[in-house]
Design a protein around this ligand. Structure first.
Ligand code: NCD
Length: 360
């Protein structure tokens, strides 16, 4: 059984095959319209969502399957104090596959440990959002014709933006990617993402000015400042208008650049940009449903492709350290054992759930 918790749970080959399948679905949706008959998908959303949840549900319905679930923690037993592990044990005895979103980083790792069916991470806290990444990859591949040798600029909230963390990880596997990370100092990517970039040896710059970066980008990935993840509201208010993409800034971009945004947009892209042919964020939503159809088929084993998966031999964990990421599921649910794995760097350990680094 396979899960999709982090974008690297799929090999590069599997990812590319998944994108191929999504393209086959786009070309001939009728051929897939009954593939999931008799199958059920649960969407467990402990955190609000419009696109992702409806996209999963619409994907399953278009495959002939059925859907059930909840759309907020308050309408589930989480509000009574039930753990993620128990909710998953229960729901996985009803359905064939589960897509879940949770406000705590690492919650889907716990779910996968306790599930009898495939788990899809539909966003965990400020950590990962691998199906948005598949959406982004499909959009880039369809609109730019390739995924390698591209300069991609990430702009906005790179600290809390889970879609950014996941897409950076995924793009590190395509040859010749150049990253331009555009953010205020306070919203730079977390250490565990920067360390991954450094380890892969990919070219990346961290800059503050969107205007200065514009001219070199093939893909501009705009993001919302993630209000709900700030501990200090004053800091959010100070940073919320850090970047606003408008017509004047678009004029500095290449003619064949594309602009992506996972949505929802607040004010970081002026509506005047919507009519620019380079604005691809609504097309991106359309691709999202098709790639989720492909993912459901693959995880349910209804299309060939996903093998047993690579299970890297894990080093001996340590249980005597405490995660200092306030959003980690291991702090929200104190019955979970603190678990850290050593990294390549001596004295640096990585939390099993949220990836945050603990330096001794
Ligand atoms: C994103 C998310 O939830 O992380 N939205 C989405 O799933 N398309 C981005 C965001 O909320 O800013």
């Amino acid at each position: 059984m396979r899960h999709l918790i982090s974008p690297l749970d799929l090999s590069l080959d599997e990812t590319n095959q998944l994108l191929d399948l999504a393209s086959r679905i786009i070309d001939d949706p009728e051929a897939f319209a009954h593939k999931c008959e008799g199958k059920q998908l649960a969407t467990l959303f402990f955190e609000p969502s419009t696109r992702t949840r409806l996209s999963f549900e619409s994907a399953m319905l278009s495959l002939g399957g059925k859907v059930l679930g909840f759309s907020s923690a308050s309408s589930s037993s989480a509000s009574k104090g039930e753990t993620v592990a128990d909710t998953i044990r229960v729901v996985s005895s009803y359905v064939d596959i589960i897509a879940m979103r949770h406000p705590n980083d690492g919650a889907p790792v716990v779910a996968a440990d306790h599930s009898a069916v495939p788990i899809i991470n539909a966003g965990d806290g400020g950590h990962h959002h691998p199906t948005q990444t598949l959406t982004d990859l499909l959009t880039i591949r369809r609109l730019k014709g390739k995924l390698d040798h591209l300069t991609i600029g990430f702009c906005g909230d790179l600290k809390y933006g889970r879609t950014v963390h996941s897409l950076i990880k995924a793009m590190c596997r395509y040859e010749g990617t150049r990253f331009v990370l555009i953010s205020p100092d306070e919203l730079k990517v977390p250490d565990y993402v920067r360390d991954d970039l450094t380890a892969t040896g990919y070219a990346f710059q961290e800059v503050k000015s969107l205007e200065d970066a514009m001219g070199q980008l093939d893909v501009l990935y705009m993001t919302r400042i993630q209000k709900e993840r700030f501990a200090d509201e004053a800091e959010y208010l100070r940073l919320k208008d850090s970047y606003i993409l408008d017509g004047a800034k678009m004029a500095l971009g290449k003619k064949d650049m594309i602009v992506l945004h996972p949505l929802p947009r607040v004010n970081e892209i002026a509506t005047e940009v919507d009519d620019d042919p380079r604005a691809a964020y609504f097309q991106q939503v359309w691709f999202g449903k098709r790639v989720r159809m492909a993912l459901i088929l693959k995880l349910l084993g209804l299309e060939s492709g996903f093998g047993p998966g690579e299970k890297p031999a894990l080093p001996q964990p340590r249980h005597d350290l405490k995660c200092d990421n306030p959003r980690c599921i291991s702090l929200a649910e104190p019955t979970l054992p603190q678990t850290f794995f050593p990294t390549e760097e001596p004295g640096v350990f990585r939390c099993k759930y949220c990836d945050h680094l603990h330096k001794l």
